[in-house]
Design a protein around this ligand. Structure first.
Ligand SMILES: [Zn+2]
Length: 343
């Protein structure tokens, strides 16, 4: 299986996020991808390749032009206002109910307009890293279109929380949604399976009114889990997209026995959709010792996960998302890919 990787993610290292009422050390750190990359090499999963540059056109197919422009200049505007040595850009006010969005205002109003949380800071290297992550996902998609059975897009920052015109949840551009749209534009029918612990609110909202992309997500119930405001079971799609969205929220402390049932249900729906390709939002924060999540999957369960996904018998693009236990992350990530390759 080919892995796509770019070192530019290293420049995106905000170091901290605002969470739980205070600045805390970031959990979405460069070491995540570096450790997975080393494990891919150690277990000889396959070649590690640099991505191609697909330019801005595939991004514009998914994202709002105002968001894209802002992300491209946010760091510069922030430092112009607060100085060269200012901490990472984090919003402090939002156009919530009754207030007016300001997509062309100053850096504070644009931050509040385009960000939906305080956990997704912007630093100088953020934009280049976000662009590289998109190119990594698209390079994986291109490999699949070229006939590969599977590919692994080792993308960072992650993407599934970013909607057409909002960033948040450590995500700036929606890597997997851009890849799915690229498949559509190539005349192929994609389905997305999201196994990250958190609901992929961005991916859901991007395709919510459409019947040409199926989105299925297994995640911690938003009544207690981020992103809190989307991901409930009654969200089944709207308009032409009615029935093309499947949310399977699960209880705290869900273990493999229950998780496997939900995964089987999702794959049954995917098979019925008869897609040409499967894209997997591969988040590993369902692990029992993940520092920010509350599921109970064990190391060996990720081999079963890979085997189960392989049984759907579809060309499959894995796109890296969350997962924050640095001691286990590399092993369980490659367990899924190994399980798939052997399944
Ligand atoms: Zn997550």
């Amino acid at each position: 299986m080919k892995t796509f990787y770019a070192a530019s993610h290293l420049e995106h290292a905000p170091g901290q996020e605002f969470e739980g009422g205070r600045l805390t050390p970031a959990v979405e750190v460069p070491a995540r991808v570096e450790r997975v990359r080393a494990e891919v090499e150690r277990r000889k999963l396959g070649p590690i390749l640099a991505p191609e540059d697909f330019g801005m056109a595939p991004i514009a197919r998914v994202h709002d032009a105002g968001l894209v422009q802002f992300l491209g200049e946010a760091s510069e505007l922030w430092h112009k206002r607060y100085g060269e040595n200012a901490p990472p850009a984090i919003p402090s006010a939002w156009p919530a109910r009754g207030l007016r969005e300001r997509p062309v205002g100053d850096v504070e109003s644009r931050l509040g307009t385009y960000a939906f949380d305080t956990a997704t800071p912007i630093v100088k290297g953020t934009w280049n890293a976000a662009l590289a992550a998109v190119n990594i996902a698209l390079s994986g998609a291109q490999a699949i279109k070229g006939g590969e059975r599977a590919a692994f897009a080792l993308a960072r920052p992650p993407g599934h929380h970013a909607s057409a015109d909002l960033f948040g949840g450590y995500c700036y551009l929606n890597n997997i949604a851009i890849a799915a749209q690229w498949f559509v534009d190539q005349g192929l029918k994609p389905a997305i399976l999201d196994v990250d612990y958190h609901h992929g609110n961005g991916t859901q909202s991007i395709f919510y009114n459409r019947s040409d992309v199926l989105y299925c997500s297994l995640h911690g119930d938003p009544s207690f889990a981020f992103p809190h405001f989307l991901g409930f079971a009654d969200e089944t799609g709207a308009g032409a997209g009615e029935g093309a969205n499947l949310n399977l929220p699960m209880a705290m402390y869900t273990d493999w026995s229950h998780y496997a049932e939900a995964l089987a249900l999702a794959l049954k729906r995917i098979t019925a959709f008869a897609p040409d390709v499967l894209l997997v939002s591969l988040g590993l924060d369902t692990f029992e010792a993940d520092p920010i999540s509350r599921f109970k999957l064990k190391r060996e369960d990720y081999l079963r996960m890979g085997e189960t996904i392989a049984a759907a018998n579809l060309p499959t693009l894995f796109v890296f998302e969350g997962g924050y236990n640095l001691d286990a992350l590399a092993e369980i990530t490659v367990n899924v890919l190994d399980g798939f390759a052997g399944g």
